[in-house]
Design a protein around this ligand. Structure first.
Ligand code: HEC
Length: 142
């Protein structure tokens, strides 16, 4: 089921790209249009916790006084690139509460295309090295 979902996402992306004749950013799965759309959505919904440049929180491994971990950096400097696309997408949709975390879910606020656009914006921060390591992890899950 998971495999089918990822495959459908990729197929959908490929179909969209063909329909609009939009080129992907070289070496990446997403288009420049998705990055632009994702930036606006990120600034509105995510920057308050993860910082505008995705750098919050530097001390992401240290729980706060309430016992919860702070929002981790999404800019490639922390753990986020260990997650395949499907997991990133479902984390944004469902949040972290079901795993004992505090991040709210965005399934009711952002549709599937919008969640993918936000991921494009986040991944745009990642170096080619981090991105290629992520690609290996992502491909292993398919
Ligand atoms: C209220 C603060 C808050 C908001 C708003 C928020 N997050 Fe988070 N986010 C967190 C926290 C805290 C975590 C750590 C897990 C947990 O506690 O749920 C997290 C974890 C994540 C992770 C997993 C990172 C990893 O390295 O495993 C991703 C991806 C993520 N957030 C993306 C987003 C995106 C995209 C948005 C906007 C659509 C967003 N977050 C909005 C607080 C927030």
């Amino acid at each position: 089921m998971r495999i089918v979902t990822v495959f459908s996402l990729v197929a959908l992306l490929a179909a969209c790209n063909t329909a609009h004749q939009e080129a992907t950013v070289p070496g990446r799965w997403y288009t420049a249009e998705q990055v632009t759309a994702g930036k606006d959505l990120y600034m509105t919904h995510c920057a308050v916790c993860h910082a505008e440049d995705g750098s919050a929180t530097v001390e992401w491994r240290t729980p706060g006084a309430d016992g919860h971990y702070p929002p981790p950096p999404l800019n490639g400097s922390a753990h986020t690139w260990h997650h395949p696309l499907e997991v990133l997408e479902s984390t944004i949709a469902n949040g972290g509460v079901e795993f004992g975390g505090v991040m709210p879910g965005f399934a009711a606020t952002l549709d599937g295309d919008e969640r993918l656009a936000v991921i494009a914006w986040i991944q745009n921060f990642w170096s080619d090295d981090i991105y290629s390591r992520w690609t290996e992890i992502n491909e292993r899950t398919q």
